[in-house]
Design a protein around this ligand. Structure first.
Ligand code: L3W
Ligand code: SF4
Length: 431
């Protein structure tokens, strides 16, 4: 899967990438580092940059959609000690594969975005935490860092200004939970990657207990484009409360899976068209619109839904990280849920009893339904376990494990009941 195609709509981050033009000189030819240069030469104030981000409507692209300008404004300006900037490239959500393409094909957009963030929040040290299972991308990012340092875009007195910023890459070990921001910080500190209680949020107690701003790769990478094109114009690409473009990683039963950058608010049907439609002309059955943590939506409902935070919420799900998993009429929902529930069971860090025990319990129940040993009361029992996990854990993994279970049973209960009654799948085998 690659971002290297021309089927985006108004792309910014993925525009004009051909696989080889990731180097600093290519990025500069595309207008790269001009936002940082302008900020430093014209001594644009941090307040003005943060105000622009607020106007742009940029929201966190990692899953929660928290307003970026607001997050940046939390960073205490006059803090006497070290403050940190952290990028979360620990992309592990099933279905999500956009951040790896950003650091592989346009790494300098991230570096410039982080440098601008550091300037705006008065931070001198940053880290990019990269998922342990992606090696080439990690090496690519290290190369890009070297290029930026050699050209004076990182390091001491950037472009001859008084602004210094040291940025380092850190390669994780591949645990999904390290994508949760506080587990990531623990891991970066060299400890076991387990989430902390929030609050305090990283904004006040982050890396090594110091104020820390942590954003997703795509969020930082959007920043130079916003400042170059103008915050209002960026906002206008999308719709109110849903500014700008978003990269959607579309996978599953479509003809052309891959990353597509489109304005927020683009109809899902349009994204399907860009991705070549359903593979083999089959019918659409179900869509998980925001990474595996997002509740599944029936295909016919999704075909009437726009791709923005509010519209997807109205359809009963979440835009999340923008990973769109499409399932056709041949897919068994019980089997799909079995895969998902195994993932969360496997990835639970084990700190909270509802998550540690509940994910295993749900997995074993879905396993027995799938294998012809289900009981009529199992669906209600699964809902009850999910209820007892959701909202009762330290981090969002508990919710992420519970939501797909509830949504699958709500939207496709007949398939679960058929499995229990007939001890095999409802989906006709001839399809
Ligand atoms: C200061 C406050 N800061 C909130 C900050 C907080 C965080 C951001 C959002 O989960 C979701 C999860 C996954 N003072 C603050 C504050 N903040 N209130 O704002 O916080 P939160 O808690 O809403 O979300 P989260 O814990 O960051 C993220 C979902 O994303 N998800 C995840 C996908 C995984 C990937 C991946 O593999 N790359 O993205 C997908 O749907 O389930 O719900 O920074 O500190 N008062
Ligand atoms: Fe760990 Fe699960 Fe608790 Fe998160 S919810 S801290 S993954 S046990």
């Amino acid at each position: 899967m690659t971002s290297l195609h021309d089927r985006h709509i108004n792309p910014l981050i993925l525009k004009d990438l051909n696989g080889d033009n990731w180097h600093l000189e290519d990025y500069v030819k595309r207008g790269g580092y001009s936002a940082l240069r302008r900020i430093l030469e014209e001594k644009i104030t941090p307040e003005a940059i943060i105000a622009d981000l607020k106007t742009s409507g940029l929201r966190g692209r990692g899953g929660a959609g928290f307003p970026t300008g607001l997050k940046w404004s939390f960073m205490p300006r006059q803090f006497p000690g070290q403050k940190y900037l952290v990028c979360n490239t620990d992309e592990g959500e099933p279905g999500t594969f956009k951040d790896r393409d950003i650091i592989r094909y346009n790494p300098h957009a991230l570096i410039e975005g982080m440098a601008i963030g550091a300037y705006a929040m008065g931070i001198t040290v940053g880290y990019n935490y990269i998922h342990g299972e992606i090696f080439q991308e990690y090496l690519r990012f290290e190369e890009a860092l070297e290029e930026a340092r050699a050209a004076g875009f990182l390091g001491d007195k950037i472009m001859g200004s008084e602004f210094s910023f040291q940025l380092h890459a850190h390669h994780g070990y591949g645990a999904y939970i390290c994508g949760e921001e506080t587990a990531l910080l623990e891991s970066l500190e060299g400890k076991k990657g387990q989430p902390r209680f929030k609050p305090p949020f990283p904004a006040s107690f982050g890396l090594y207990g110091k104020p820390t701003t942590i954003n997703n790769t795509e969020t930082f990478a959007a920043v130079p484009f916003i400042l170059n094109m103008g915050a209002a114009e960026y906002m206008g690409l999308g719709k109110p409360n849903n500014g700008g473009t978003k990269i959607f990683s579309i996978s599953g039963d479509v003809e052309r899976p891959g990353n597509y950058e489109v304005p927020l608010g683009t109809p899902f049907a349009k994204l399907m068209e860009l991705a070549g439609g359903m593979r083999g002309g089959k019918k659409i059955k179900a869509v998980i619109p925001g990474g595996s943590s997002a509740p599944v939506v029936r295909g016919d409902v999704m075909m009437q839904t726009d791709l923005d935070y509010d519209s997807i919420a109205k359809a009963g799900s979440m835009l999340g990280s923008g990973a769109v998993i499409v399932m056709d009429e041949t897919r068994c929902m019980v089997k799909s849920l079995l895969r998902l529930s195994y993932f969360y069971y496997e990835e639970s860090c084990g700190q909270c009893t509802p998550c540690r025990e509940g994910t295993g319990w749900m997995y074993r129940m879905v396993h027995r339904i799938e294998h012809g040993q289900g009981r009529p009361e199992d669906m209600d029992m699964l809902n009850s376990i999910a209820d007892n996990i959701q909202g009762r854990t330290i981090c969002a993994l508990g919710d992420a494990a519970a939501m797909p279970v509830r949504a699958m049973i709500k939207n496709f209960r007949e398939e679960f009941e058929y499995h229990v009654e007939h001890k095999h799948c409802l989906v006709p085998t001839y399809l």
